[in-house]
Every structure is written in structure tokens, then in C-alpha cells.
Design a binder for this molecule. Structure first.
Ligand code: CO
Length: 161
């Protein structure tokens, strides 16, 4: 496995729509493992492929060890409900934090690393991280949704997406 370089803002690839994944072979599995390692090394809870310079609809997420690693390929939101507003950061924007409103609950349909469909319903923090990562796959950055910027010194702890 390898730790990849995280693309930082400003970079054109962060604002482009990603392409669907069509091959679910060893190359994809290696990429997913490398993305996971990179995310953990950066102390992040989510990482999307454009953040490592790859314009494909791939995201890895791990909000805590108990919840485990989540891999989303070609994800689509098929259900949404409610609203939540909380602080977000992003591995492509070191030191930048702000409050963002998201759906409280979402249902996502995606493919796993073997190309099999699965459906997941998430709420609260996990739902927030999934929405942040899915925005990356559409070239949408959290800075376009920030309601209030938060000073880094005011944060008790921060996790980046
Ligand atoms: Co991000």
C-alpha cells in the first residue's frame, strides 16, 4: 500500500465532475486501499478520488473504527430527510473550518469494490461525511456551502473530510 499526495485547493481537478467507474478489478482494489491508507495517515474521516488527482466516482469513509471502512463507488442519493448543521473541514483545505447544512438522513445506492450494488441508510455524522464526499465527486467544494467560518483555535477537535 502507498500513501498518496492529497491535492490541495486551488486545483482544477477539485472542481470537475468525476466519471463513473466501470472496471472493478485489482487496480481499483489497490486504489481503494491506498486511498484508505492516505486518509488514515492524514487523520481524515473521508477521502474522495479527485483529492488524490483521480477524476473517478470513488470515496472512502471511516467515521470510527466501530463503524468500519465504507467504500462508495458511483454513489447516488436515493432518499433524503431532515436537516442538520455542523462544522466541517476538508483535507484539501488545511486549517479551514465552517458550518454547513446537510440532510439529516440519506439513503445511498452505490457499488462496492466488486461492482455489486448495495444500499445504505445513514444519519447524523456519517450522513454528513457521505454528503461531503459525494459533493467532491460532483466537483462541489464545502466552501461553497459554508454558512459561518470557524477559527481553528475555537475547535476542541477537528476531523477533516
Ligand atoms: Co473534503
Amino acid at each position: 500500500m502507498a500513501i498518496l499526495t492529497i491535492v490541495q485547493h486551488p486545483s482544477g481537478i477539485l472542481e470537475q465532475k468525476c466519471e463513473q467507474v466501470t472496471e472493478f478489478e485489482t487496480e481499483l482494489h489497490q486504489l481503494l486501499d491506498d486511498m484508505y491508507e492516505t486518509m488514515i495517515a492524514a487523520d481524515g474521516v473521508g477521502l474522495a478520488a479527485p483529492q488524490i488527482g483521480i477524476r473517478k466516482q470513488i470515496a472512502v469513509i471511516e467515521v470510527d473504527e466501530e463503524e468500519g471502512r465504507l467504500e462508495l463507488i458511483n454513489p447516488k442519493i436515493v432518499g433524503r430527510n431532515g436537516e442538520q448543521t455542523d462544522i466541517e473541514g476538508c483535507l484539501s483545505f488545511p486549517g479551514l473550518y465552517g458550518t454547513v447544512s446537510r440532510f439529516y438522513t440519506i439513503t445511498v445506492k452505490a457499488k462496492n469494490r466488486y461492482g455489486e450494488d448495495f444500499t445504505l441508510t445513514a444519519d447524523e455524522y456519517l450522513a454528513r461525511v457521505i454528503q461531503h464526499e459525494m459533493d467532491h465527486l460532483n466537483g462541489v467544494l464545502f466552501t461553497s456551502k459554508i454558512i459561518d467560518y470557524i477559527d481553528e483555535e475555537d475547535l476542541e477537535s477537528s476531523e477533516d473530510e
